[in-house]
Design a protein around this ligand. Structure first.
Ligand code: C2O
Ligand code: CU
Length: 470
C-alpha cells in the first residue's frame, strides 16, 4: 500500500479541541486614521462567558482590526509598540515596496517598546491577505498579533455576502492561559508548536448564520504558526475560488482543502441546505473529520430556489508577471533537518557544525546546508528575470514555503505538472514530507525578499533564506 500525501499528515499532529466568534472591529483604510497598537490584552478565546485569556493583540482584539482597502489603494498604518519586546508588522502576501515589508533585520530595524513605525504602501491586487508580527513571530503571532487585510475589487464579487473565518490554534495550560512553552526545540524539530485549542475568529465553536439559497464568499485564513487545516463544508459542494488572494477559475475540490500556515483559500459556498439545519465546517488534517464550527441555517425561506449559472469567478486577476522559462535563473532549495531527518551537519555562522552544536544554537533545520544564516541570498535576480526554484523537502515533516513581495506559480509536484501551473499564483506552497516542487515567478519587485517556512518555529530554527531582486 502506498501512502497518499494526505495520509502522511495523519498522526503528525496533536488531537484538538475545538473552539467561533462574531464580528471584530473593522477599519476602513480609506477613511479612518489607522493606528495599530500592539499590546497585552484579554481575548475571549474560551468564549464570552469564560474569563478572557491574556494575549498580545493589535488594538485589544484577536484577530486585530480587519483592514480594507480598494485595489490600487493605499494602506497607511502606524504601528505603536506597547509590548515589552521589539516588534514589526509584515503585510503577508501583498506585493509592496520592500521598505514596508516589515522584516526585522532585513528591511527595517525592530520597533522598540514605546516606539512606533509608519507603514504606507499600495495594494496592487484584490484578495484576502493578512498582517502579523515579523519579529520573534513564533511567539508574537502565536500570542495573537495578527489581523485580516482585505483588498477589494472595483467590481463587487458575484455573491450575496461574505464571511471571513480566521483559523488558529492555541496551546493552553490547565488554567486556560497560553502555555509558556515558546522556543521549545522539541516542537521546532517536529511539526512546530501545535496547540490543542482551535479558534475561529478568536473564539470557541459557534454557529455561523446562513440563509438557504444564498451564495456566500468564505474567506478562510490559516494564521496558526504550525497547524495545517484541511477544510470542507459538510453536505455542501463549496468551490475553491481564490488561493492566497489570487482569484482562480472556481473548481470543486475532490477532498478537503489543505490550508497550511499563512495560506488563504476563498470558497464560494452555495447554501443548498435546508432551512433550520446545521452543517459542520469540518477539518480532517491530522485526524478524522471533526467540526471546528457550524453553519446554522435560519428558518427563513430560501433566498433563491436554485443556482443556475455555475459558480462565478471572484473577479479577474492578471498574472503578477510573465514567465520566460527558456532561460530562467534557476536554483535548488534543499530542505533538511528536524526529527527523523538524518541531518548530520550544517553551516552556522560560516562554519560547519554538528547536530549537537546546531541544536545548542536553536538551529535544527537547514536550507541548502545552511542553518539560518542570512549573509548571502539564495538567488540574486535582475529585475524582470524569470526565477525557478527546485524545492526538495528532504525531511519527515511538511513545510509551507512563503515568498515575500512576489507571487509564484507551482510548475511541478514530484515531477508531474501541478494543477494550475502557470495559472494559479500564490505566496505560499505546502510541501508534504519527502516531496519535491518546482516553482517559478518573475522577479518584478526590487529588494530583499525573505523566503521561509511559515511554520514559524521552523523558520526560527533555520528554514529561512532570501532572494534579491536588483
Ligand atoms: Cu507571513 Cu515572512 O511571513
Ligand atoms: Cu517548516
Amino acid at each position: 500500500m502506498t501512502l497518499s500525501r494526505r495520509t502522511l499528515l495523519k498522526g503528525l499532529g496533536a488531537g484538538a479541541l475545538i473552539g467561533v466568534a462574531g464580528c471584530k472591529a473593522r477599519i476602513d483604510a480609506r477613511t479612518d486614521p489607522l493606528i495599530l497598537n500592539a499590546a497585552s490584552a484579554e481575548a475571549p478565546l474560551l468564549g464570552e462567558i469564560e474569563a478572557g485569556t491574556p494575549v498580545w493583540a493589535y488594538n485589544g482584539s484577536v484577530p486585530g482590526p480587519t483592514l480594507r482597502a480598494p485595489r490600487g489603494g493605499q494602506i497607511a498604518a502606524r504601528l505603536e509598540n506597547g509590548l515589552e519586546q521589539p516588534t514589526s508588522i509584515h503585510w503577508h502576501g501583498v506585493r509592496l515596496a520592500n521598505a514596508m515589508d516589515g522584516v526585522v533585520g532585513m528591511t527595517q530595524d525592530a520597533v522598540e517598546p514605546g516606539a512606533g513605525f509608519d507603514y504606507r504602501f499600495m495594494c496592487p491586487d484584490a484578495g484576502t491577505y493578512w498582517y502579523h508580527s515579523h519579529n520573534r513571530s513564533w511567539e508574537q503571532v502565536a500570542r495573537g498579533l495578527y489581523g485580516v487585510l482585505i483588498v477589494e475589487d472595483e467590481e463587487p464579487a458575484p455573491v450575496d455576502r461574505e464571511i471571513t473565518l480566521t483559523l488558529d490554534d492555541w496551546r493552553l495550560d490547565a488554567g486556560g492561559a497560553i502555555h509558556e512553552s515558546f522556543g521549545a526545540l522539541h516542537d521546532w524539530a517536529h511539526g512546530g508548536r501545535m496547540g490543542d485549542w482551535i479558534t475561529v475568529n478568536g473564539g470557541p465553536p459557534g454557529d455561523i448564520a446562513l440563509r438557504a439559497g444564498e451564495r456566500v464568499r468564505l474567506r478562510v485564513l490559516n494564521v496558526a504558526t504550525a497547524r495545517i487545516f484541511a477544510i470542507a463544508v459538510e453536505g455542501h459542494a463549496a468551490q475553491v475560488a481564490s488561493i492566497d488572494g489570487f482569484a482562480v477559475a472556481p473548481f470543486a475540490p475532490e477532498e478537503s482543502v489543505l490550508i497550511g500556515p499563512g495560506q488563504r483559500v476563498d470558497f464560494v459556498l452555495d447554501a443548498t441546505g435546508e432551512p433550520g439545519a446545521r452543517y459542520g465546517l469540518m477539518d480532517d488534517a491530522y485526524d478524522d473529520a471533526q467540526p471546528i464550527s457550524f453553519f446554522a441555517y435560519s428558518d427563513e425561506p430560501p433566498l433563491r430556489d436554485q443556482f443556475d449559472d455555475g459558480v462565478p469567478r471572484l473577479g479577474e486577476r492578471r498574472a503578477p508577471g510573465t514567465l520566460d522559462l527558456s532561460e530562467p535563473l534557476a536554483g535548488d532549495l534543499v530542505m533538511e533537518g528536524g526529527a527523523m531527518g538524518g541531518m548530520a551537519q550544517a553551516m552556522l555562522g560560516g562554519e560547519m557544525k554538528g547536530m549537537r552544536e546546531l541544536a545548542r544554537a536553536g538551529r535544527v533545520w537547514a536550507l541548502n546546508g545552511v542553518a539560518g544564516d542570512l549573509d548571502k541570498p539564495l538567488l540574486s535576480a535582475k529585475r524582470g528575470r524569470t526565477v525557478v526554484v527546485n524545492m526538495v523537502n528532504d525531511s519527515a515533516w511538511p513545510h509551507v514555503m512563503h515568498l515575500h513581495g512576489h507571487h509564484f506559480t507551482v510548475l511541478t509536484i514530484d515531477g508531474a505538472p501541478a494543477h494550475g501551473a502557470g495559472e494559479i499564483w500564490r505566496d505560499g506552497h505546502l510541501m508534504m514530507p519527502r516531496s519535491r516542487a518546482t516553482i517559478a515567478f518573475q522577479a518584478t519587485n526590487p529588494g530583499k525578499w525573505y523566503f521561509h517556512c511559515h511554520m514559524l518555529g521552523h523558520q526560527a530554527g533555520g528554514m529561512r533564506t532570501w532572494i534579491e531582486v536588483a
